[in-house]
Design a protein around this ligand. Structure first.
Ligand SMILES: Cc1cc2nc3c(=O)[nH]c(=O)nc-3n(C[C@H](O)[C@H](O)[C@H](O)COP(=O)(O)OP(=O)(O)OC[C@H]3O[C@@H](n4cnc5c(N)ncnc54)[C@H](O)[C@@H]3O)c2cc1C
Length: 390
């Protein structure tokens, strides 16, 4: 542990898209910032994701401030292309990133933010937490889980289906990761099933050649129920009746789901076709594990060699942030993209939006940097007045 204290106007936690975007926006307006990143590279979470992953949102609407994706990238960049983009983004703006700095505590003290990593102390007027909405894998508890003889992994550990060839594999969870991992398993010669606990909505990645995100953006100003009412007949025609294949349809549409449940519907990149063809089997929610099988909520039971838990993540900012009024018990911030209830504190990247999280991150980063500049100017004025009075 070093005793020295490193000062900066702003400390940013996390060198993912959100931290880099805030760093770049601040750089453009001449505000000094340091980004603390626990891993040794930018975009570390995208390096960990499964190989098949491409953006579900189109590149035009997923870019960070001041830097479009390269022209030769496809409409939906791959995971590797996004990583390259993030690397050149950090270089382009000459961002001051301190790698291998895991923030263990952040608290407000005497009008400053004191940030502690495993070996260094930092002090700043402003703290931006951009540590990711998907920071910590969420793994539910199930009866009998320890007795199961097969392999059980979280989707964050899944790379590709190679090692599951010829196996019966259950994917638990019907989010975008679960839907795509089931496709990947089938493409690698496994026999995938998917356990779907709740009623769902499914939307295509594109409608008539237009990215679904662009439609979400165009409809963003109308009430969610109205957007859903407009889209329902088209979605029925394009996706079909999924209830025939064991899925239950939510009583409300995708826009209302995002607004009320803070949950993105399945953006289909081929899962529904494989379900319709009988190549992916749909089960109800998992009730219990036995030695070699899973018991489901509808009373059925089936044998599996492996289980992949696509059960999501939690932000858990409470693991390091000692400001209990700014987040709930899961560590999910109450606000994002503006100053929080404690002065000088900002969260970036915590809005689950129908217009895409990367697009929101870009907008939030601009707003946060403008707010920091405004507050810095107020502080400078106050200091000047103080000196003159003194
Ligand atoms: C599988 C998946 C696919 C997605 N696809 C899309 C998509 O197509 N389009 C879209 O708009 N959005 C998508 N998202 C949502 C979102 O845009 C991404 O998760 C994006 O990476 C969020 O950026 P971020 O910077 O907020 O968080 P992250 O990318 O998670 O980066 C957070 C960074 O903070 C670091 N960190 C965390 N804790 C600490 C600590 N204590 N100390 C220091 N560093 C720390 C991490 O190491 C990491 O580098 C997807 C999300 C997932 C999970």
């Amino acid at each position: 542990m070093t005793n020295s204290l490193i000062g900066s106007n702003t400390i940013i936690i996390g060198a993912g898209p959100a931290g880099l975007a805030v760093g770049a926006c601040l750089k453009q307006v001449g505000v000094q910032s340091i980004i603390l990143e626990q891993s040794d590279k930018v975009g570390s979470v995208w390096r960990r994701h499964y190989d098949r992953l491409h953006l579900h949102t189109d590149k035009k609407n997923s870019k960070l401030p001041f830097a479009p994706f390269p022209k030769d990238y496809p409409r939906y960049p791959s995971r590797g292309q996004l990583i390259d983009y993030l690397e050149s983004y950090a270089k382009k703006f000459g961002l001051d990133i301190r790698f291998n700095q895991q923030v263990t505590s952040a608290r407000r003290d005497n009008n400053h933010w004191m940030v502690q990593t495993q070996d260094t102390r930092y002090q700043a007027s402003n703290l931006v937490i951009a540590a990711g909405n998907a920071r910590v894998p969420f793994i539910p508890e199930w009866k009998g889980r320890d007795s199961f003889k097969g392999r059980v992994i979280h989707s964050s550990e899944y790379k590709n289906g190679e090692q599951f060839k010829g196996q019966n594999v259950l994917v638990v969870g019907f989010g975008n990761s679960g839907g795509e991992i089931a496709i990947d398993l089938w493409e690698h010669g496994a026999r995938p099933s998917i356990a779907v606990r709740n009623a769902v909505n499914v939307i295509p990645r594109e409608l008539f050649g237009i990215p679904i995100l662009s439609i979400g953006i165009a409809q963003n100003l109308m009430p969610a129920w109205m957007a859903d009412a407009m889209n329902a007949p088209i979605l029925r025609a394009v996706i079909g009746d999924t209830t025939k294949y064991g899925l239950r349809k939510l009583p409300y549409g995708p826009a209302t789901q995002i607004q009320n449940d803070k949950h993105i519907p399945l953006i289909d990149v081929g899962t529904i076709k494989l379900i319709k063809q009988g190549r992916i089997t749909v089960h109800s929610g998992v009730e219990e594990f036995t030695e070699n099988s899973i018991k489901f909520a509808d009373g059925k039971e089936a044998g599996f060699d492996a289980v992949i838990l696509a059960t999501g993540y939690r932000p858990r900012v409470n693991a390091f942030l000692n400001e209990p009024t700014t987040h709930d018990e899961n560590g999910t911030p109450f606000s994002t993209g503006r100053e929080a209830s404690v002065p000088g504190l900002y969260f970036c990247g915590y809005y689950v939006s129908p217009t895409g999280m990367l697009r929101e991150i870009a907008k939030e980063a601009g707003r946060i940097s403008a707010e920091i500049v405004r507050k810095n100017n107020v502080r400078t004025e106050q200091d000047k007045n103080h000196i003159q009075r003194g």
